[in-house]
Design a protein around this ligand. Structure first.
Ligand code: PEP
Ligand code: MG
Length: 516
C-alpha cells in the first residue's frame, strides 16, 4: 500500500480540516462495520481492538493536536503522521506493559487514516471473496494468521522463501503459496485469472486453455493421491526391515492439533509457541499459556507433545515487545538468548509449561542452543520455577528437557550437549541457513540455501551419531524431515522421530515404509 503523501499540496487550513473531518468519519464508519463482521467471524476479542481504535480517534485531544498541526501549515496527511508517530513513540517508551502494548494501535490508526485521506484502497484480507488469490510484497506471520482459509485459494508474495516462517504458517494452514515471486504486485492485476502451483513455485497469469487442462489433470492426480494416502492414517511408519519410526506433526497453535490427529500424527514434535504472540497487541500471560499448552496435551491424549520455548526475534519480531532494533537479527537476540536475557518473561512460560505437564505428556524444547551454558542456565530457571510452584502448592510435573540442534556450534558439540538433555531435535531450516551463512528468507541468495549440501548433511549425520552414542532420542522438526530425497538417509543414520507439517504426515509415513 503506497501511503506517500509528498505530492499533496496544502490549500487552506479550513480545507485541510474539512478533509480530515470527512476522513475520520469515513474511517470510523468503516471500522464499526469491520468490527461487526469480525465479531461474527473471529470473536469479541479481535473486534474489541477495532472498537478501541474508534474510541481513540474520538478522543478530542488527539484530534485537537492533529488540527493544531494543520493550522501551522501541514497538510492533513502530515498532521496525522506527526501526531500518531509522536503518540506511538511516547507509548512505546513507557515501562507499563499494558500501555506499551497500545503503541501499535497508533501505527494502525495512522496507516488507515492515511489510506482514507489518499483514497488508497485497503483490502481487508479477513473478508475477501471466495476463490481469491492474495498478492503482496510480503506476508508477515501475523497477516497469515488473519487469512480466512475458506475464501483464500492461494497466496503469492514477492519476498520470503519456502522455509521462512510465513511459508511454514501457510503450509500449516494448508494454503497453497508461492514466495519469491519477483514483481508479482506489478505484473498481476486485480481480476486476473491465476494458476498457483505451490509445489513448483510457479504462478501463471491468465493461463491458456491447454494450461488450465494440464493443471486440472494435476489437481485430479493430487486429489487421487490424497485419497490413496489415507491408507497410512492408521498405519505405523515401519521400514521394510521392521524398524518403527515416529511421525509427528508441527503446530503453531492449539487449533492445529486437529489436523495432526486427522492425518494420523503420532505426537506433536514441535509446537512453535511464539505464534501465540502474533495477531494481537499484548503478550499472553501464564494462565493463557497454561490453557494453550494443557489443551494441546489433553487433546493428544497421552501422546508426546514437544513444546518449544519462545523463538522470538530473527524473522519473528514482535512489535509490542520492547526489543532493540538489530543490524543482524538472525545472529542477535533471538530465541533462547532473548529468553535468558528476560528471565521474568521466560519464567512465565516455564511455569505454564511445568503446570501443563501435569495434564499430559509434555516435553520442553529449547531453540537456537549454541552453548552448554544456555542449557545449564535454563535448568536453573526451571528449578526456581519448580520451587515456587512447590511453595504455592500448585500441581506440576518436571517435564523432560530437550534442545534443537539448529546452529553449527550445537552440531559440532552435540556429543557434549547430549550429556545434558533428554533428546535432540534437528532444526534443518535454521541449520541450513547458519551452516551455509545464508538468510533463509532472502530470495537473492536462495540458491545457496540447500539442505542437501554435504556441509549440512555432515552436521545432521554427526548429530544423529552423537545422540545415538549417548543413548538419547533424536528427531528432526525442520522441513527436511518431509523431504523424500533425504528420508532414506535419515532412516539409515538412525533418526527416531520425523516431525513434519500436518499436510506432510501421510507422505512421510509412506516414504519411511518404502525404506530398507
Ligand atoms: C528449524 O529451524 O528447522 C525449525 C524447525 O525451527 P523454525 O523453523 O521455527 O525456526
Ligand atoms: Mg529454527
Amino acid at each position: 500500500m503506497n501511503l506517500d503523501y509528498s505530492a499533496v499540496k496544502y490549500k487552506t487550513a479550513e480545507e485541510e480540516k474539512a478533509r480530515l473531518e470527512k476522513a475520520v468519519e469515513e474511517y470510523g464508519a468503516k471500522m464499526r462495520e469491520t468490527a461487526k463482521k469480525l465479531k461474527k467471524s473471529m470473536g469479541e476479542k479481535e473486534a474489541e481492538i477495532l472498537e478501541g481504535h474508534i474510541a481513540m480517534l474520538s478522543d478530542s485531544l488527539m484530534l485537537a493536536r492533529i488540527n493544531e498541526n494543520v493550522e501551522s501549515g501541514c497538510v492533513a496527511e502530515a498532521a496525522v503522521d506527526t501526531v500518531c508517530t509522536e503518540l506511538y513513540d511516547l507509548f512505546f517508551g513507557l515501562d507499563d506493559e499494558t500501555m506499551r502494548c497500545r503503541a501499535s494501535d497508533f501505527k494502525d490508526i495512522k496507516d488507515n487514516l492515511l489510506a482514507v485521506l489518499l483514497g488508497v484502497e485497503k483490502a481487508d484480507i479477513a473478508f475477501v471473496p471466495k476463490g481469491s488469490v492474495l498478492i503482496a510484497k510480503e506476508f508477515t506471520p501475523s497477516i497469515i494468521s488473519r487469512i480466512n482459509k475458506d475464501n483464500v485459494s492461494a497466496i503469492v508474495a514477492e519476498a520470503g522463501e519456502r522455509t521462512s516462517h510465513s511459508a511454514i504458517l501457510a503450509r500449516a494452514a494448508g494454503i497453497p503459496a508461492v514466495f519469491s515471486a519477483t514483481c508479482a504486485t506489478q505484473l498481476i492485476k486485480n481480476g486476473d485469472l491465476l494458476l498457483v502451483d505451490g509445489f513448483r513455485g510457479r504462478v501463471l497469469t491468465n493461463p491458456r486453455k491447454t494450461e488450465i487442462a494440464e493443471y486440472s489433470k494435476k489437481q485430479r492426480a493430487y486429489t487421487d493421491e490424497k485419497e490413496e494416502l489415507k491408507a497410512f492414517i492408521k498405519k505405523p511408519a515401519v521400514t521394510k526391515s521392521g524398524v518403527k519410526k515416529e511421525v509427528f506433526g508441527n503446530i503453531g497453535n492449539a487449533a492445529d492439533v486437529k489436523s495432526v490427529i486427522q492425518s494420523g500424527g503420532e505426537g506433536i514434535g514441535l509446537f512453535r509457541t511464539e505464534f501465540l504472540f502474533t495477531g494481537r497487541i499484548s503478550e499472553p500471560g501464564e494462565e493463557e499459556q497454561f490453557e494453550a499448552y494443557s489443551t494441546v496435551a489433553k487433546s493428544m491424549d497421552g501422546k508426546e507433545v514437544i513444546i518449544r520455548t519462545f523463538d522470538i526475534g530473527g524473522d519473528k519480531r514482535i512489535d509490542y515487545l520492547k526489543t532493540e532494533k538489530e543490524d543482524n537479527p538472525l545472529l542477535g537476540m533471538r530465541a533462547i538468548r532473548y529468553c535468558l536475557k528476560n528471565t521474568g518473561f521466560f519464567k512465565t512460560q516455564l511455569r505454564a509449561l511445568l503446570r501443563a505437564a501435569y495434564f499430559g505428556n509434555i516435553k520442553i524444547m529449547l531453540p537456537l542452543i549454541s552453548s552448554l551454558d544456555e542449557i545449564r542456565n535454563t535448568k536453573a530457571l526451571i528449578n526456581e520455577c519448580s520451587a515456587e510452584l512447590d511453595s504455592e502448592g500448585v500441581p506440576y510435573r518436571m517435564a523432560p528437557l530437550g534442545i534443537m540442534i539448529e546452529t553449527p556450534s550445537a552440531a559440532l558439540i552435540s556429543d557434549l550437549l547430549a550429556r545434558e538433555v533428554d533428546f535432540f531435535s534437528i532444526g534443518t531450516n535454521d541449520l541450513t541457513g547458519y551452516t551455509m551463512a545464508v538468510d533463509r528468507g532472502n530470495a537473492a541468495v536462495s540458491s545457496l540455501y540447500d539442505t542437501l549440501n554435504p556441509a549440512v548433511l555432515r552436521a545432521v549425520e554427526m548429530t544423529i551419531k552423537n545422540a545415538k552414542s549417548a543413548g538419547i532420542t533424536v528427531g528432526m522438526c525442520g522441513e527436511a524431515a518431509a523431504d523424500e530425497r533425504l528420508i532414506p538417509r535419515l532412516v539409515e543414520w538412525g533418526l527416531d522421530v520425523f516431525s513434519v507439517a500436518p499436510s506432510s504426515i501421510l507422505k512421510t509415513k509412506r516414504s519411511i515404509c518404502k525404506c530398507e
